[in-house]
Design a protein around this ligand. Structure first.
Ligand code: DQQ
Length: 571
């Protein structure tokens, strides 16, 4: 055992110093890039088979842990266990053995579903997870490390008292899952929320415990909604006002000004609300509610689900991951032998205005930046496409800022009556507007028959209630992303909370073979897409900037980097 630990630690040290012990690159794990053009270079994925939700991320004794929903036996959902990987920096990973597998008829024989970790006093991590018992009921279970002196926490012991929470007193056994990270109130009692659905409405059911083992359901849920049927993967966390870091220090008294975010997953989307939480009264007063008219706060407006955050005490930041599913068929997944990615880990803060969350790829990812090309002050006359050449366009990080000088030419729109995603779909990147579409074409073939376009359009508001004079639409258009049929090519879109009179329009896009993660307005809106080009793979991929509006737009600054592979190895 000791020898294995030393080997593992050596590997971790080598990885954190950027030394590849051998050719452990993720893209070469299974086969060569020509056979596996959609495998990523720097996004987290297991070496093979199915992955969905990120589970229980945490930082413990100098090591980041990520668990995830995993089918160890095949590329489709089933046999769900907890995969486990560790990292020195959130980018390079070592895959370890499974942390939890279905074993116990009373608590999890039919699957170890999603859950979270909480670090208990004495620096002792604990997992709360949903198990599917022999009667297919969803129940909540506890597991703790078998050996706390193993730096990688490889083995986990399930509590003999499992299940600790069962679907009694009106809870629906099919709709009772995904315990959150727990927090302690001023009375020293632990609190945790579990996603649920009762009689067609959704709840974040609250439980309390003094010892983390005996849990009692509170009469009132933390929050509920009549407008949605079931919430999965609730995540409840503080975010500091004025840039403070969003840790859990309210446990020790109210040390900084904060709001709380409640994120829940439903309808394949991750929505959140912001509000004031009082640990004394247990009340969570939301500013706007889920599905309220005019409110559509989401962590990502594209493909991103069942996300989970954790507080990184090392770097004093909150970090979130989301599951990015395939847009291919099950038959395609079976052929390639794997399914599912995790997004790049993103730091999350409250925006300066306090009205929304802002996400940004963790800074560690910048160590993968290689060769760089830059452009400044390039005027893009209407109907112009320019190639950004010299970098590996299939695996890149691109940052661009656009300046729009002819705003007065913008068309009019009443944004409160418009569904932004629908508008992006109807007016795709090829439709000429006045101000826009302008943006990037990524994973594009040299003849542009394949392209994924991330772009903006600007409209004048004609609604007197709008505070701003202009509305910025941000879209990710997958309609021509592949010559292949049978793919989900949904075009995504959202309005970006940015005033083009006051600031430039910025876009950062992370491109990684079959995933395109875009951050508009310095992370105020994120859109993630999965695409499967046929021509625009590996060296066949190109990157362009474009303006398809009738007015001109200036690229103030563009930096694009080739991205190296993350070091992702199995032990
Ligand atoms: N995935 C898990 C559930 C969760 C769902 C099962 C969300 O626990 O509700 O794999 O994607």
């Amino acid at each position: 055992m000791f020898v294995i630990w030393v080997t593992g630690l050596t590997l971790l040290v080598l990885i954190s110093h950027g030394i590849e012990a051998s050719n452990h690159r993720q893209r070469s794990l299974e086969s060569n890039p020509d056979e596996q053009p959609y495998r990523t270079g720097y996004h987290f994925q297991p070496s093979k088979n199915w992955m969905n939700d990120p589970n229980g991320p945490m930082y413990h004794n100098g090591v980041y842990h990520l668990f995830y929903q995993h089918n160890p036996y095949g590329p489709l959902w089933g046999n769900i266990a907890w995969g486990h990987s560790i990292s020195p920096n959130l980018i390079d990973w070592i895959h370890l053995d499974l942390a939890l597998t279905p074993t116990d008829p009373n608590s999890d024989i039919n699957g170890c579903w999603s859950g979270s970790t909480t670090v208990l006093p004495g620096n002792k991590p604990a997992i709360l997870y949903t198990g599917i018992d022999s009667q297919n009921r969803q129940v909540q279970n506890l597991a703790t490390p078998k050996n706390l002196s193993d730096p990688f926490l490889r083995e986990w012991t399930k509590s003999p008292l499992n299940p600790l929470m069962t679907p009694i007193n009106g809870l629906n056994p099919d709709r009772f899952r995904d315990p959150s990270t727990a927090w302690r109130g001023p009375d020293n009692m632990w609190r945790v929320v579990v996603g649920a659905g009762i009689d067609g409405h959704a709840l974040a059911v609250m439980y309390k415990s003094s010892d983390f083992v005996n849990w009692t359901r509170s009469v009132a849920p933390l929050h509920s909604s009549q407008k949605t049927a079931m919430w999965e993967c609730p995540d409840f966390f503080p975010v500091g006002i004025n840039g403070s870091d969003g840790d859990n220090s309210y446990l020790n008294g109210d040390q900084y000004e904060k709001k709380h975010a409640l994120k829940v997953s439903f309808d394949s989307r991750d929505y959140y609300v912001l509000g004031q939480y009082s640990p004394e009264t247990e009340e969570f007063k939301v500013e706007t509610d889920f599905m309220d008219e005019g409110s559509d706060l989401r962590l990502d407006y594209g493909k991103f689900y069942a996300s989970k955050s954790f507080y990184d005490s090392e770097k004093k930041r909150r970090v979130v991951w989301g599951w990015v599913n395939e847009s291919e068929s099950d038959a395609d997944a079976t052929k390639k032998g794997w399914s599912g990615l995790q997004s790049i880990p993103r730091s999350v803060v409250l925006s300066k205005s306090g009205s929304q969350l802002v996400e940004w790829p963790v800074e560690e990812i910048e160590k993968l930046r290689g060769y760089k090309v830059s452009l400044q002050n390039i005027e893009l006359q209407g109907d112009l496409v320019i190639e950004i050449s010299g970098i590996t366009a299939s695996q890149a990080d691109v940052e661009v800022s656009f300046e729009v000088t002819e705003l007065e030419e913008a068309e009019s729109m009443n944004s409160s009556r418009v569904d932004p995603q629908m508008l992006c779909g109807e007016t795709n990147a090829n439709v000429r507007g006045k101000v826009g579409a302008f943006g990037l074409k990524v994973l594009a073939s040299d003849d542009l028959t394949e392209q994924t376009s991330i772009f903006f359009r600007i409209f004048k508001t004609n609604n007197s209630e709008e505070k701003k004079k202009y509305v910025v639409l941000m879209c990710s258009d997958q309609s021509r992303s592949s010559l292949r049929d049978g793919l989900d090519k949904t075009t995504y879109g959202t309005f970006l909370d940015l005033d083009p009179l006051q600031e430039k329009i910025t876009l950062r896009t992370l491109i990684d073979h079959s995933i395109v993660e875009s951050f508009g307005g310095e992370g105020r809106s994120c859109i993630t897409a999965r695409v499967y080009p046929v021509l625009a793979i590996n060296e066949g991929a190109h990157l362009y900037a474009f303006n398809n509006g009738t007015t001109s737009v200036k690229i103030s600054n563009l930096n694009a980097w080739s991205m190296k592979n993350a070091r992702i190895v199995s032990m």
